[in-house]
Design a protein around this ligand. Structure first.
Ligand SMILES: *Cc1c(COP(=O)(O)O)cnc(C)c1O
Length: 403
């Protein structure tokens, strides 16, 4: 007799609900925040520089610019890249809307390339097929934490004079051919939202090795204002009348600063990145081993070049082998008290993008993927028992509704 899923009247695999993600904060994190609160600087202080230094050490990038969130990081990266009216920016539809919105903020048009249907990352060949005379940059997303095919993407970008921006919101700690995310693309952005591997509450950063891009990122972070004489327009003859208070706004920037409170928390979180990474890996391995045995689901493939810190675990159902669809599978997991999510709805499905003229059918592989995916719980604080109950729920549902 097959065990009945809770949604069909059986007993759930667990009595408490588990969610797809949760931050992990300890006493050291709380103390780090307290220390900043008692210090002289709540913002624009020494914790920002310390954080930027730490991010450089961690990624091997020359420069880091801490900003208020991952979306702001993408926006200043696009501004620094000189993206503007009439330009095109190629990205993937399987991402959070911010990866495409950053092009719209600059007056440019996002162009969606399709994905590789095994790794779910942007397909370099599809990127190549979408390059036009107007293309200025590629925003490639390390979806679930797995690195994109950076060599192939860089080759296309160099060939056509485009900048490569990696949206690394999922991939802090990941390496490509042994080099950390953040040191390879022209710019890499991070997000430190609470669902990500390490958190600042809200926070983001842009990494680059290019001095000129770095100077621009710093300007766009704070209003386009500078105190650096070499960036100012004042005449040398003004020297006598201009005091140390003097600064200039030389471009139109924003207030995208991170506070020292956030930086203090993030520095403390980054001290635990290796630990977080190892546990996430362990959980992914358990899931992979279990799900490879079940023909009703498919496991995400990894390129050998990527040494991945996994942010999301994607369960892909195999509709030909099931009598239920993704929504029914998702609801059945919920009834087992395994509360999942879906990452992502293709960006151009949203009404805002539809109004801009994007139509369904643009990226068939991405659209098919969207119909079949469920994000399972994956975070540092999960116990082995939690992991086992998630596996048990998936197995029970897959067996009961097998075709
Ligand atoms: C979280 C996320 C962002 C945005 O980051 P915020 O810090 O929430 O602004 C951008 N891109 C991807 C892929 C993300 O997952």
């Amino acid at each position: 007799m097959l065990e009945k899923p809770a949604i069909a009247g059986g007993t759930p695999v667990r009595d408490t609900r588990i969610f797809y993600g949760h931050q992990c904060l300890d006493d050291a994190d709380c103390q780090a925040v307290m220390d900043v609160l008692k210090s002289d600087y709540l913002t624009c202080g020494p914790k920002i520089e310390e954080l930027e230094q730490k991010l450089c050490e961690l990624t091997g990038a020359k420069y880091a610019v801490a900003v208020s969130n991952g979306t702001a990081a993408l926006h200043v990266a696009c501004l620094a890249a000189g993206i503007g009216e009439g330009d095109e920016v190629i990205t993937t539809p399987i991402t959070f809307a911010a990866s495409a919105n950053c092009a719209l903020y600059c007056g440019a048009r996002p162009v969606f390339a399709d994905i590789n249907d095994k790794t779910y990352n942007i397909d370099p060949e599809s990127v190549r097929a979408h390059v036009t005379g107007r293309t200025k940059a590629v925003v490639a997303v390390d979806y679930t934490g797995q690195s994109t095919q950076l060599d192939e993407l860089l080759e296309i970008c160099r060939e056509h004079g485009l900048l490569l921006i990696t949206d690394g919101a999922h991939s802090i700690g990941t390496k490509y051919k042994g080099r950390p995310t953040g040191s390879i693309a022209d710019m890499t952005t991070f997000s430190f939202h609470p669902v990500k591997t390490v958190t600042a509450g809200e926070g983001g950063a842009v990494m680059t090795n290019d001095r000129a891009l770095y100077e621009k990122l710093m300007l766009f972070r704070t209003h386009g204002i500078t105190r650096k004489p070499e960036l100012m327009s004042r005449e040398s003859g003004d020297q006598g009348t201009i005091g140390s208070w003097y600064y200039e706004q030389v471009d139109l920037g924003y207030n995208y600063r991170m506070t020292d409170i956030q930086a203090g928390l993030l520095i403390s979180q980054l001290n635990k990145l290796e630990k977080f990474k190892a546990r996430r890996r362990e959980i992914v391995k358990k899931y992979d081993e279990a799900f490879l045995q079940i023909p009703q689901v498919t496991v995400q493939q990894e390129i050998p070049e990527s040494d991945t810190t996994r942010h999301l675990y994607i369960l892909r159902i195999n509709p030909e082998k099931l009598t239920i669809d993704r929504k029914q599978f998702f609801d059945a997991l919920g009834a087992e008290n395994v509360c999942c999510n879906v990452h992502y709805i293709p960006v151009y499905y949203f009404p805002y993008y539809q109004k801009l003229g994007y139509q369904k059918g643009l990226c068939p592989k991405a659209e098919k993927l969207y119909e079949e995916i469920i994000s399972l719980p994956l975070y540092y604080g999960m116990s082995d028992q939690d992991v086992d109950s998630v596996i048990a729920a998936v197995k029970k549902i897959a067996a009961y509704y097998a075709r």
